[in-house]
Design a protein around this ligand. Structure first.
Ligand SMILES: Cc1cc2nc3c(=O)[nH]c(=O)nc-3n(C[C@H](O)[C@H](O)[C@H](O)COP(=O)(O)OP(=O)(O)OC[C@H]3O[C@@H](n4cnc5c(N)ncnc54)[C@H](O)[C@@H]3O)c2cc1C
Length: 452
């Protein structure tokens, strides 16, 4: 079996090597494409050389840091459910549908299991390797690549890809050249640039004639003009509703929210960051609010307050709020664990509502009660200063989906060029949807690259 793992130092600048299929980028999409290509070539009986070029010294750098080093590799559910839960936009859903059906989460888990990686499904649907170690996923793919006789070249940064007659001429930063019959671009997005994703693939795709949608942040923390008070840094709100408004438009997401020293993070902030970034770009900024009791209308909350006032007039309002669950135990969230308002936040709520810290129900007149209700339903968190692109778990934007065939991942502009993974103009939700999208699009790119 031809198992070559060499570094670019071993390639003379004057060497021009030929390979049938050349894949650029050894992340989830590129590695999966290489394995799928070998399987397709074996099925069709065509022997072909497959080469994988990676600028880092080893494969799968982003997989290794995914899910805090535990790698949330995919999500439970049918392909249709994944497309729905992944917060994908309508055109992204349409584009990813064939890939999610061709190489589903179950196919990915079977592939991993075949190399000894067992996985576990969490109550929220996220799937992780049982070992709790993201690198086990990379090790499994390394083994699959070895078995697939894929030549891997590391520390090899591709600079340009040009069409030269019926072939591609691929040149690296160190001056080495390759010719290839078919090229798969799998260079990822542009966030976490220190992992190797600096947008090289986007420049290459643009030079080949593709339109590129500007990159923007997704699954990123939110930085506010005035950072939250230091005392709140690290405080978490469970199952609240985060709202961002600008220019008469607003976007909203339910989930946990974390105060940080620069703004906000946690699932609700990360999940809404793409929409917030867009609002802030269009309108110059956006205002953030949190509905601290998202499952109760102001009228329902007021009813509870009036009941409490009748029952325990001498009780301090602050004490009651401290023990009042954020959401009542009913409806769709009945099984979820609900928190109460963090003690550290209460003085800020009282101040915002212009109430004394020790005010009791018996002296809370209607006007003050309404002021408190207004603050609880729309507590201001400040204005957005930045949604930092580089700190996003993914980046939105990339190669226009309209220019790529969703059934094959082949370019509609350049024959025999395939594109897959985060390089494409989609961005999914936290929960394993982005890795699944990279694996699925990589798989069909590799499969169809052999038939092209
Ligand atoms: C901190 C963090 C945590 C995350 N956690 C999760 C998670 O738990 N679950 C989930 O689903 N998603 C998660 N993601 C997102 C997920 O990791 C990515 O969406 C996914 O890895 C993208 O795969 P890809 O193959 O398209 O790109 P990448 O994995 O980024 O791979 C692209 C590869 O191309 C290489 N490359 C780039 N340019 C060149 C060049 N010029 N020449 C040669 N090689 C090049 C890069 O070095 C890189 O190795 C996380 C991301 C981050 C940053």
């Amino acid at each position: 079996m031809d198992t070559t793992k060499i570094t670019e130092r071993g390639v003379e600048a004057s060497d021009v090597r030929h390979t049938a299929l050349l894949i650029i980028g050894s992340g989830a999409a590129g590695m999966c494409a290489a394995v799928a290509a070998r399987r397709a070539s074996e099925r069709s009986g065509k022997s072909c050389s497959i080469t994988l070029l990676e600028r880092n010294a080893r494969p799968g750098t982003k997989i290794r840091i995914s899910g805090g080093g535990k790698c949330n590799v995919t999500h439970r559910g049918t392909p249709a459910e994944l497309l729905e839960k992944g917060y994908l936009r309508p055109n992204e859903k349409r584009f990813l549908r064939p890939a999610f059906y061709s190489f589903a989460n179950t196919d990915l888990l079977d592939l991993l299991r075949s190399r000894g990686v067992e996985t576990e499904e969490r109550a929220d649907g996220k799937v992780f390797p049982l070992s709790g170690d993201a690198s086990s996923v990379v090790v499994a793919f390394e083994e699959l690549l070895r078995e697939s006789s894929v030549r891997q070249l590391f520390s090899c940064r591709v600079r340009s890809v040009k069409r030269q007659g019926k072939q591609f001429l691929v040149t690296t930063a160190a001056g080495a050249s390759f010719t290839a019959d078919v090229v798969i671009l799998a260079t990822g997005g542009v966030s976490w640039s220190r992992t190797g994703t600096t947008g090289d693939g986007l420049a290459i795709a643009r030079a080949l004639g593709h339109s590129i949608k500007d990159s923007s942040a997704a699954l990123a923390p939110l930085f506010t003009v005035k950072p939250p008070p230091a005392i709140l840094s690290g405080v978490a709100l469970r199952s609240v509703s985060l709202v961002a408004s600008a220019g008469g438009r607003s976007v909203e997401r339910r989930g946990d929210l974390l105060f940080t020293h620069r703004g906000f993070s946690g699932p609700a902030a990360l999940s809404l960051s793409r929409d917030i970034g867009e609002l802030a770009t269009i309108f110059g900024s956006a205002s953030l609010f949190v509905d601290l009791f998202p499952e109760q209308s102001a009228a329902e909350l007021e009813e509870k307050f009036l009941f409490q006032a009748r029952k325990s007039g001498a009780q301090m309002v602050r004490k009651y709020l401290q023990s009042c669950p954020i959401a009542p135990l009913r409806g769709a969230f009945a099984l979820a664990v609900h928190g109460t308002l963090p003690t550290a936040l209460l003085p800020f709520i009282m101040r915002q509502a212009a109430l004394e810290n020790d005010v009791t129900w018996s002296v809370l007149v209607r006007e003050k009660r309404l002021s408190l209700l207004a603050v609880l339903k729309r507590f201001p968190l400040g204005s957005i200063r930045e949604v930092p692109l580089d700190q996003g778990e993914v980046s939105a934007g990339g190669v226009s989906l309209a220019e790529v065939n969703p059934k094959t991942m082949q370019s509609r502009i350049v024959p025999k060029l395939f594109l897959c993974g985060e390089l494409l103009d989609y961005a999914g939700e936290i929960g394993g949807f982005n890795l699944q999208a990279a694996f699925s699009t990589g798989w069909i790119a590799g499969t169809h690259a052999i038939d092209s």
